[in-house]
Design a protein around this ligand. Sequence first.
Ligand SMILES: [Zn+2]
Length: 391
Amino acid sequence: MERFDDWVTDPQLKLAQLGAFIADPRRIGEAYHGKYLIWESSGTSHEPGIFVQDAQTLAVYDALEALRRSAPRPLQRWFDPMLLTERIAFVGATSGHFASMVSMQRVRQLNPWMAQSLRCFNILQAIPSLVEELNAFAPTVIATYPTVAALLADEACRGSLHFFPKELWTGGETLSPAVRRRVELALRCSVNNSYGASEFMSIGWECGYGKMHANTDWLILEPVDERGRPVPAGQRSYSTLLTNLANHVQPLIRYDLGDQVTVHDDRCACGSSLPVIEVQGRSDDSLVMAGRDGQRVTLLPLALTTVLEDDAGAFDFQLSQRDDHTLVLRLNLHDAQAATTMARCCTALENFATMQGVASISVIAESGQLIPRGRSGKAQRVVARPNPTRD
Ligand SMILES: [Zn+2]
């Protein structure tokens, strides 16, 4: 961002003016200088950025969204390609210039007839009033983050959700298989996941076989290790470099996304020649704890979330580290259900940490707590302490 004015290829674009533009929520989705779409990144775990899209970039993103996304109800789409019979709810942060919200506003502005059928709901409001608003709209399609989908699944199990959507589209955070199963069962709908970022709107899409394909005709993804060296197919990367082949106004070349990606080299049964990838997003931290033999032990976020989901049946949670031996677990559950789930979580975490060689661990339980969300509405499920001691 420091070199933004040198980096963009249109000299009319200046960071200071763009900063003023995105500070005004009334201008979300407005065409900047009559031709650019502007959004800010969420900055969940990194410095927020400003991203400029020109007409060509948007045409590519629109085409990828329209053509590559698999339809869970193909017959329905055949008869209704414009989604005219659907009520679509976007549940996210509605007050910032974030990519998803800007895109929703743009669709509404381009297609005024969709104003009633496509509505945006603010996740940063109190949950009972969000549930009330959703019940009144009774959406057939919900587009949201996986952590919000998990929250809605809990609300459905509690009986407070009075509708069942037909489809739920997730993106923006990592979707684990356990959260997907939980949402499919609780909301009785199909879940369609995609992989996007502020740096490239539609990096990957899920095919009918449930595999994520990367749009490598419009981007280059390079999985790399800690030192930036290529990681072979089938192996999870430390980070991933993105080159955006569509955007010429703000060129992104070998941009460090921070996501851990596994690229597979075998062809998917669906017949697509685009590579299958698996993604662990950048928003969750690894936790470095004190080990039994004086060494430090790293607990990976994927392992910790799997333990809590599979062994303890918790889906809407936040696990944060307090010190070398202490974790704080927040659950958005109340009464008897909270106590039993929390007990299962503590046991599962202690067993897992012991198995990994952690010296001793204590888990502070906080039930009935809302999971904190950033300005963009995204939640971080595993949070390291701000300044861990490094060896
Ligand atoms: Zn496929």
